[in-house]
Design a protein around this ligand. Structure first.
Ligand code: FAD
Ligand code: EPU
Length: 335
């Protein structure tokens, strides 16, 4: 276990916000995680993975636990089913690459999402018609206060759109140390989002490797690279509105995109709403709206959390006054 005191968090968050933590503890094993949990007694605590979905608003006066457990173990392979336990510290996209190489179906549409495996159940990462919840079997780890282990089956994780029990009841109470995934050696590929099918067809054949390549290319073309321009992916969630408001908006804006959900509501892309408010590519102080994806806020250089929030709040107000929809944040604010 390695503990660092009064440490800059700039390289531990993809927004590149320069704040300090009182203590940062790197844990390479479950035993080290329990040690770190003991150190957290009476302290403010935060569990951090790759820092690609957080916005620090202040220095963090407490202990930050980083579970860097890096082991992957095949638990069972029967017929076309594979159960694999993956350590929280494995880089998510390395796990996806390994699955695609081995011919394991289930996470290929989630290619090129930054961050670590331990965070994948937290907001139930999703992209290109798939969600982590589709492939997760169980989530395992420790309660910080008691250091007791837990293992929660996927059906008890309360997974939803960018939602899980780890963002509600268990927020800041547990350290996830591993996730068990249920993958398949044969399955139908999901190609129905945007131009994925067209790209895959151009590549010749619908294979796991081509789906991964197509999605990685689409993402690279529109999302900013955090190494170049700090960001945390989509800053806001896509709002769900009731049928009445959706109909009213369609009357006013003929080109408004909307997707009917199983619950009868409509999902409206927040990127479209923000673009229509004129924010795409614009800056406010040291923060800006990405020029190719209006849902992504970026650090234009030296921004503080407050700078990003000033822009975010202005956008929320503008979207509300124009469309009557209050968009909510997807990124975790660390106060
Ligand atoms: P962190 O940012 O470190 O943490 C995120 C949250 O999870 C925090 O609340 C933290 O306390 C908690 N947490 C992290 N690890 C643990 C753990 N082991 N135990 C308990 N709690 C934990 N997300 C998507 O869903 N889809 C996308 O398509 C997508 N695209 C992105 C593109 C870019 C360019 C970027 C920068 C981000 C994108 N994201 C996307 C957001 C982000 O990649 C995911 O949310 C990712 O899962 C965050 O992983 P992380 O390890 O960086 O988590
Ligand atoms: N759009 C615009 N202008 C923009 C951006 C989007 O009009 O600047 C509209 C277009 O109509 C476009 C539609 O929004 O067709 C959807 O855009 P896109 O496919 O880029 O997806 P998104 O809804 O903006 C969501 C996720 C992403 C995920 C993609 C692909 C959320 C909050 N975001 O974005 O996740 O990668 O779909 O599935 O649901 C993240 O969570 O960090 C993230 C990047």
């Amino acid at each position: 276990m390695k503990a660092y005191n009064i440490v800059s968090l700039k390289k531990f968050n993809t927004f590149g916000i320069d704040v300090k933590a009182k203590t940062l503890v790197d844990c390479q094993s479950e035993a080290e995680v329990t040690e770190a949990c003991k150190m957290a007694a009476g302290e403010r605590r935060l569990v951090l993975g790759g820092g690609s979905n957080v916005l620090f608003l202040n220095d963090f006066d407490g202990i930050i636990i980083r579970p860097l457990i890096n082991e992957t173990e095949v638990l069972k392979q029967t017929g076309t089913d594979i159960m694999v336990r993956v350590g929280a510290g494995v880089v998510w996209d390395d796990f996806v690459a390994m699955c695609v190489e081995r011919g394991w179906y289930g996470v290929e549409n989630l290619s090129a999402i930054p961050g670590n495996v331990g965070a994948s159940p937290v907001q139930n990462i999703g992209a290109y018609g798939a969600e982590a919840a589709n492939a997760i079997s169980s989530v395992n780890g420790f309660y910080i206060d008691t250091q007791k282990t837990f293992s929660i089956n996927a059906d008890a994780c309360d997974f939803g759109y960018r939602q899980s029990i780890f963002k509600t009841e268990l927020k800041d109470k547990v350290v996830i140390t591993s996730v068990v995934f249920h993958l398949k050696t044969s399955a139908k590929l999901k190609l129905d989002y945007g131009d994925v099918a067209a790209r895959v067809e151009q590549m010749g054949s619908a294979t796991l490797a081509n789906v991964r390549k197509a999605i990685t290319e689409i993402r690279r073309a529109k999302l900013p690279d955090p190494e170049v321009e700090g960001n945390a992916g989509s800053f806001f969630k896509n709002p769900e509105v009731d049928a009445q408001l959706a109909e009213q908006l369609k009357g006013e804006y003929a080109d408004i995109p909307s997707y009917l959900l199983d619950n009868g509501k409509y999902k409206i892309p927040a990127g479209w709403l923000i673009e229509r408010c004129g924010w795409k590519g614009r800056t406010l102080g040291k923060a800006g709206v990405h020029a190719r994806q209006a849902l992504v806020l970026v650090n234009k250089g030296g921004a503080s959390g407050a700078d990003v929030m000033q822009l975010a709040n202005t956008i929320v107000d503008d979207v509300f006054s124009k469309f009557g929809i209050r968009i909510s944040m997807e990124v975790n604010l660390i106060k």
